[in-house]
Design a protein around this ligand. Sequence first.
Ligand code: CA2
Length: 154
Amino acid sequence: MSTPTRPSIVVLNGPNLNLLGEREPEKYGHATLADVEAMCRECAERGGHDLDFRQTNHEGVMIDWIHEVRHTAAGVVINAGGWTHTSVAIRDALANVEGTIVEVHITDIHAREEFRHFSFITDVADHVIVGRGVPGYVEAVEFVLSREGVPRRP
Ligand code: CA2
């Protein structure tokens, strides 16, 4: 008999987030993306879920990843970085995700430059977390866990 697979939470990171912890610590803190992954994994596994954590600097790769997981992920947590403010294509891909969507930003995008105030993702997301630092990612994973079994759309 095959081992049943656990539901998965997918955490997707956009451009430049691979530099987390290396530059601009006054804005983004000292934690690296590997640290963020470990925090999210611990939380997801405590909640009985697998964690799939990815980062890309290529928009088409991000869109392919969203398509890949759209029917299978219990939830998608996304920090789309700069694409948040520019990409209709990422928004359109997310609109086809069946699981819970949480948009995360480490900084408070509404307290920064005006060009960061608008997000193409917000109105296709179930929940938005901004300005909580890297613990915001863990809050996002917790939100997905809290929504397990709750139908997302009528
Ligand atoms: O606050 C966030 O999480 C952002 O999504 C980060 C993006 C920015 O374009 C958004 O407006 C807000 C930038 C990601 C760049 O990440 C770096 C991290 C450390 C050092 C350099 C870049």
